[in-house]
Design a protein. Structure first.
Lengths: 748, 246
């Protein structure tokens, strides 16, 4: 038996996400002799999981010349190819891969990597992971990291997805807006556990691109294993080290990081990275000294991960991730002649220990324990907020797969549970978070919340689900999730399910629906344990269509009905009396060829809320009617240059105009009079981002450099309104008109 | 300037480029209210006081005017019964001892604290109408509370000397304003607001403000106003004219 092993570099073939290993058995590995008329030949083989070596059922194998096959229940396929063809392998839960050209033979064994090499919750059931529902996507690192305008930051490029935007201005940097919902309605997960902060200031993500194995984005109607969110899920899987030692360092105008990974021994691997910004090194030299900037925005983050292959059945991983942001300003107020201070300091450290067991007869078990410590300190003038939190989380999921059950095919069962006790020390003196007259940041006439004490939270969740095939083309998932928010004495049952019909190899329909809840644990919601969770009922219907080998189009219609929204009543006390609705349509189209990758994402949406069940609907703060992203990258044939451009257009954010003001003589200040809630909008935002990458390939390492220009034609977006002291004048506060980013990256 | 400082902080931390040029509280650049006052800021039962406002026109000339409308703004019906407002004369009349005592009891206001009732008023001047609210203090408690009266009108000083019709300053000067009321200056709770129709004023919320006259400053007469407030809602004001020369 002759075995030949070779790898195809991801970098050399656009669209290839991870290396793919191809083993040819009993077949010559030399390409057929060239001929003037390329002849079609049949190849056949088996697609296998590179880790478990199990066959992958339902993988789509597509030749560049256009023929397609789907692997059968033994993972086998047969395909007519040309000698020059490469073949693309696409399987749910696995990295997309390309093999060839010059494949031949009838006993090929092609192994492809799960989405995360180790410790990925996405890949739970032998090669068939829960797939993202309509509108969702698994995003590839290589493609997204080179999206223009992001400075090579994978997580910052999330806003290329339809219906997604990163908030800027006050409150920015802390969350993400998905389908017109508030940032706190969605969750960030790293290896299955909450990450309290995904972005630094300037919307730089806390996890370097090179430390991300994959990113699963689910804008709604997500699986039962995810809870405590009423909108969407962003699940990041950290990357384990490879079998080869690697080192990467990237230096840009804003920050620099180093990352190293590789084997420790034949059973263990590591990955570690550290990043620090140095805006604080140069900003003080360009800011006037009397501005009083003590500490310019500075952040650092780090992630370390160790993986062990303990035995044939057990794998374990230990991950520690942390982040810290600090800005401090003290200056003398030139009118009161008193010192004025502003400071913001946030940070967290999370440790995760995970174990993965693969047993006999299709049994798998995922276990995880995690500890989190978090710190938030914020003060501006006399307002302050100090939070210290400590949480210990445990989660487990048991899965069992059988070939048939009760007349159903390829059936998978999953049951799981999680516990998260959390202790939070709060010391705050803040304006009430949704006091509508707070258009001016520092007017002190609005009601305040003051609290100094400890809040103990116990959230528990459990879930069960079944995924099965009704036929070869129809599969469904049905399950439920039960959440107990003990502090609030709220117990929520949330049925969820979806059904997928795949009438042809290239067409897929999916209908998903479910109920979702978010506990009232955001900011000063913690001060009132008598309120309950917010909930939503989400419905999504999607169509995915592949056109040829290079174009994929996905369309989604969705509707989200929200109830129990936490709103203040007439005397200023929180109650679950609000209602809301978001509905819309999304289109996501991609084109991939050897040299070109193009992306079009469009979202049409409307998001409304009302303060009481019988109240008047108004546009929600994060409503965005139109959101269009067109992006493309082109790589030269020799792979040394890559050019990219992205255009983004989005409807302006709604705001409540101030139509007048009443003078309060006792405080010598003005009480603003608001117009209709969110009855006006900022002007639409649009910008063009450009990016150029150049790669030098040297003997043992490579060097790449990029120039990334955010907002190339300097059309500054409107961030917020600024009013003068008596609200008689209004001006638009704009964001950065242009932000170039230059970076150099070396890879060993 | 707290607002500007915050704005600057936001610029730095959130990547904004604002630093928007909006009119400042110390700029007398449009007609506006400077203060609402009662000639007796804290009333005993049955006592009355006249409601007026200190306003400036578009040129920064200050005057004191009567309202066109005034009413009790406090929504609580018990509080609303504690005062009455006489239309036309715009006198605020404190209620009886019993009505004030009833409000104190119903709202659990300590005996040494005044009952606070808010009045609202509309003022018409310089072609504009402006609305304002002010608290009336009823049944002021015993000492050590400050006496229930307005502060003495401030005596304006320019560079330490009383301002006169002949007071001048020239472009390029940096001059200091202050006032010489020794009793009021001893009150740590005193609130001060200076405003002027030209130049750039700093320390405008302190007892002594500084005016910087640059080439952008207007030549000719400039109006300066200072309003002082004590801790019981008492208000006094003074204004003067300063000749700006090249």
């Amino acid at each position: 038996m002759q075995k030949v092993r070779f790898t195809v570099s991801a970098w050399l073939a656009l669209g290839l996400l991870t290396p793919v290993a191809v083993e040819a058995q009993d077949a010559p590995n030399t390409p057929p002799a060239a001929s003037a008329q390329p002849s079609v030949q049949a190849i056949s083989g088996v697609i296998k999981d590179s880790k478990s070596k199990q066959p992958i059922i339902g993988a789509v194998v597509t030749a560049k010349s256009g023929t397609t096959a789907i692997t059968d229940d033994k993972g086998a396929f047969t395909l007519d190819v040309l000698p020059t063809d490469t073949i693309n392998i696409d399987a749910d839960g696995f990295e997309q891969a390309i093999a060839g050209p010059a494949l031949s033979g009838t006993d090929l064994i092609i192994t492809i990597a799960p989405l995360a090499l180790i410790g990925d919750e996405v890949v739970q059931i032998k090669g068939r992971a829960p797939v993202p529902v309509s509108g969702g996507a698994r995003l590839s690192r290589q493609e997204l990291a080179t999206v223009p305008g992001t400075g090579g930051d994978l997580l910052a490029s999330l806003d290329v997805m339809p219906g997604v935007s990163l908030p800027v201005g006050p409150g920015g940097g802390q969350g993400i807006i998905i389908r017109g919902s508030a940032p706190q309605d969605s969750r960030f997960l790293l290896d299955g556990f909450d990450i309290p902060q995904l972005y630094h200031l300037f919307n730089r993500s806390i996890i370097p691109t090179q430390a991300v194995a994959n990113l699963e984005f689910q804008p709604g109607a997500f699986d039962v294993k995810f809870g405590r969110a009423s909108s969407g899920i962003i699940s990041v899987t950290s990357r384990g080290g490879n079998e080869k030692t690697e080192a990467v360092s990237e230096v840009s105008l804003i920050d620099a990081y180093v990352l190293a990974s590789g084997p420790i021994n034949n059973k263990a691997r590591y990955l570690a990275s550290f990043r620090r910004s140095y805006v604080d090194a140069w900003l003080p030299s360009v800011v006037p000294k009397d501005a009083g900037l003590l500490t310019a925005p500075r952040y650092y983050d780090g992630i370390a991960r160790i993986d062990w292959n303990n035995s044939a059945h057990w794998r374990t991983a230990l991950t520690v991730v942390g982040s810290d942001d600090l800005t401090k300003l003290v200056r003398n107020d030139d009118q009161t002649d008193k010192e004025f201070g502003f400071s913001a300091n946030t940070g967290f450290v999370r440790g995760i220990a995970a174990a993965y067991w693969t047993g006999p007869k299709g049994l798998t078990l995922d276990l995880g324990v995690s500890a989190l410590t978090q710190r938030i300190s914020f003060s501006v003038g006399e307002q302050y907020l100090n939070i210290r939190s400590m949480a210990f989380s445990t989660r487990a999921e048991l899965a069992k797969r059988v070939e048939s059950f009760g007349g159903l095919q390829d059936v998978a069962f999953r049951v799981g549970g999680e516990v998260e006790p959390k202790r939070t020390q709060l010391d705050l003196n803040l304006r009430r978070s949704d006091s509508k007259p707070q258009q001016d940041f520092m007017e002190d006439s609005t009601p305040r919340n003051r609290f100094d004490g400890t809040v103990n939270i116990q959230d528990l969740g459990t879930w069960a689900t079944m995924e099965a095939g009704l036929s070869k083309t129809i599969r469904f998932t049905a399950g439920f999730r039960f959440d107990a928010f003990v502090r609030n004495a709220a117990y929520e049952v949330q049925p969820r399910g979806d059904i997928t019909w795949k009438p042809t190899d290239k067409t897929k329909f999916r209908l998903a629906a479910g109920r979702y809840t978010r506990p009232p644990e955001y900011r000063d919601e913690l001060l009132n344990k008598d309120i309950g969770p917010e909930s939503s009922v989400q419905t999504a219907f999607g169509i995915e269509q592949k056109i040829g080998n290079e174009i994929s189009v996905q369309g989604t219609l969705y509707d989200t009905e929200r109830t129990g929204l936490v709103k203040r009543n007439t005397v200023g006390v929180y109650e679950n009396q609000g209602r809301g609705r978001t509905f819309g349509a999304e289109v996501l189209a991609t084109y991939r060829s050897d040299q070109i990758f193009a992306w079009l994402a469009y979202s049409l949406a409307r998001s409304t809320q009302r303060d009481t069940a019988s109240g008047k609907d108004y546009l929600f703060d994060f409503d965005q009617t139109n959101d269009l992203v067109i992006a493309s990258t082109y790589k030269t044939r020799n792979g040394k240059w890559q050019f990219g451009a992205r255009f983004n257009y989005s409807t302006g954010k709604p705001f409540t105009p101030i139509t007048g003001a009443i003078f309060n003589s006792d405080i010598d200040g003005y009480i603003p009079i608001n117009g209709d809630i969110n009855s006006e909008r900022f002007r639409a935002a649009h910008q063009l981002d450009l990016r150029i990458d150049h790669i030098w390939k040297l003997k043992d390492w490579s060097l790449s450099a990029f120039l990334d220009i955010n907002n190339a034609y300097a059309n500054a977006p409107v961030i917020q309104n600024q009013y003068n002291y008596d609200f008689s004048q209004r001006a638009e506060v704009e964001g950065l008109p242009i932000l170039p980013s230059i970076g150099i990256k070396g890879e060993l | 300037m707290k607002r500007l400082a915050i704005q600057f902080a936001l610029c730095m931390t959130l990547g904004l480029t604002s630093c928007v040029d909006l009119s400042q509280r110390w700029e007398l650049d449009h007609a506006r209210l400077l203060a609402v006052k009662l000639d007796v800021p804290a009333l005993a039962p049955g006592q009355q006081a006249t409601l007026t406002a200190v306003v400036v026109d578009d040129d920064g000339v200050a005057s004191e005017i009567a309202p066109t409308v005034a009413l009790v703004a406090s929504q609580d019906p018990i509080l609303a019964k504690t005062i009455a407002i006489q239309p036309g004369t715009w006198k605020v009349v404190a209620g009886s001892t019993e009505s004030i005592a009833a409000a104190r009891a119903a709202l659990q206001i300590p005996a040494d604290q005044p009952v606070r009732v808010q009045v609202g008023a509309r003022f018409s001047f310089a072609g504009v109408e402006r609305d304002a609210v002010k608290e009336v203090l009823l049944g002021e408690g015993p000492p050590p509370n400050p006496p229930p009266q307005n502060p003495v009108a401030p005596v304006l000083l320019l560079a330490g000397q009383p301002m006169t019709a002949a007071s001048t300053a020239k472009i390029g000067d940096k001059v200091n304003f202050s006032f010489g009321n020794s009793t009021e200056l001893a009150d740590p709770m005193l609130s001060v607001q200076w405003a002027i129709s030209t130049g750039k004023l700093t320390k405008s919320e302190t007892n002594a403000a500084t005016l910087e006259l640059t080439t952008d400053s207007k030549i000719g007469p400039a109006n300066i106003v200072v309003v002082i407030r004590n801790s019981i809602g008492g208000v006094s004001w003074s204004s003067a004219q300063l000749q700006i020369t090249p």
